[in-house]
Structure formats: C-alpha cells, structure tokens
Design a binder for this molecule. Structure first.
Ligand SMILES: [Zn+2]
Length: 240
C-alpha cells in the first residue's frame, strides 16, 4: 500500500526545507528526518546520556506499584529535548515529531520487553485543547512509532472524560488525584492486547498511570509506556 502521508512529508521537505535550526537559529537546511543542527544534536546526546535522578517514574506519587509494566524515555526533560518538545506542542512544530519518534523507536528497540507490544495508544487531549492546538502531539508521535514498529495505532483506545485543571500549577499529589479520573476506555477493542502508551513527557507519571488503568479496565493484557522525555531530573545550569 502506498503511504501518501509519508510521500507528502518527503515532498514538503523537498519544497520547503527549514532555513534555520528551530532550536537555536543556526542557518542551514533542515528536514523532518534531521530537523535540528549538529550542535543541538551533540548537546542532546550529552543530555540524554545523563543518569536519571530517580528510577521509579511514580516515586513521590504515593503509588507503590504502577499499573504499567515499564516506562522508558529518550532523555531528561531539559535542554535540547525540552526545547524540541516545546516547539512540537506550543509552536506548531509538527515537523519535529518524526525525529523525536525515531529517538523513541531506538529506545523501544533496545528494550526486549517492548517487543511484546501489539498496538500503539496515544494519550488523548481534551477535545477543546486539541481543537485549540489543531493536533495532538502524542498522536503524531504514536503514528510514527506505530509505522516504525509495523503495528497499528489506536487513537480511539482512550477518551478524556473531563477537562482537568492545568497540571503545571499542581503539586505531585494533586496532579495524581486530578488525573486519576480523567481517562476512560474508548471505542477501540484492546481486549487481550499488549499496548504501548505514548506521550511527549512523563512528569509525575500520573497520566501514564491513569491511562494504563483505563486500558487494563478495557481488557488490555499489559501496558508499556514510552515518552520523548521524563521530568523530575534536575540540573540547575540547564534550566531555561
Ligand atoms: Zn541548533
């Protein structure tokens, strides 16, 4: 089957390559497969190599054992990775999704347990937020990852049932309570399936936990989690 979405991307890159690095402004020719400059990529690799400050993604949340099997990410949420995710989410940086997804695919392929995943599920936004932004960044990542793994993407596996308060103003415990009831099983049939939940950033783990619980409630066999970055890592000199 011809994948017209991919051909449109290739054509768009050919006709309209970005003229400056979207992260630092260095002039050049940037495409979806290599959307930022060499200096930014070198910095990203240094940041990604840093050890996480916590092992348990749910530490401090009050949850002893997460509902998901394992959560992996490409880098701490700082520096270049943070800048790329902010572009993706808040500045219409949709062209950054394929590269971020490729980095997530590298992590997935390094981890043998993730080979059990049979479908990719994006974390849904509220309809209001998706309408406002024009797209769901988690869905953009999920589609690319599903394509890379050769498994289906199930955007309808979850639905967001209520508009939660802005998470950034809440502390860890409040976030967890706020998000716990925000997701419900959607229309897609996930019974017996091992799923790969995809999001841009894992912050407290509350969203991943709530989504995993909803998917397991809908009959999923198991849930694994991949995000582009994980917060909770702190290096004062790199905070923007
Ligand atoms: Zn750059």
């Amino acid at each position: 089957m011809i994948n017209w979405g991919r051909w449109q991307d290739v054509l768009a890159d050919f006709l309209f390559p970005a003229a400056v690095c979207p992260l630092c402004g260095t002039p050049g020719k940037y495409t979806r497969s290599l959307p930022w400059c060499g200096a930014c990529e070198a910095a990203r690799q240094r940041e990604a190599a840093e050890e996480p400050s916590r092992d348990n993604p749910l530490s401090g949340s009050g949850i002893e054992k997460p509902a998901f099997q394992q959560a992996i990410h490409t880098a701490p949420y700082l520096g270049v990775t943070q800048a790329a995710i902010r572009q993706l989410k808040y500045h219409n940086g949709k062209f950054l999704a394929p590269r971020l997804a490729e980095l997530m695919l590298e992590k997935i392929r390094e981890n043998g347990e993730f080979a059990a995943c049979e479908a990719v599920v994006p974390v849904p936004l509220t309809p209001e937020k998706e309408a406002q932004r024009g797209y769901n960044q988690s869905l953009l990542l999920a589609r690319e990852i599903a394509r890379g793994l050769g498994i289906p993407c199930l955007p309808d596996a979850l639905c967001r049932v209520e508009d939660t308060l802005s998470q950034t103003r809440l502390n860890r415990t409040e976030r967890l309570a706020n998000v716990a009831e925000a997701f419900a099983p959607g229309r897609a049939d996930v019974r017996g399936k091992t799923l790969l939940l995809t999001d841009d950033v894992l912050t407290t783990g509350a969203t991943a936990e709530a989504c995993s619980r909803a998917l397991l409630k809908a009959g999923a066999r198991a849930v694994y989690v991949v995000t582009a970055a994980a917060a909770g890592f702190h290096r004062p000199d790199s905070e923007v």
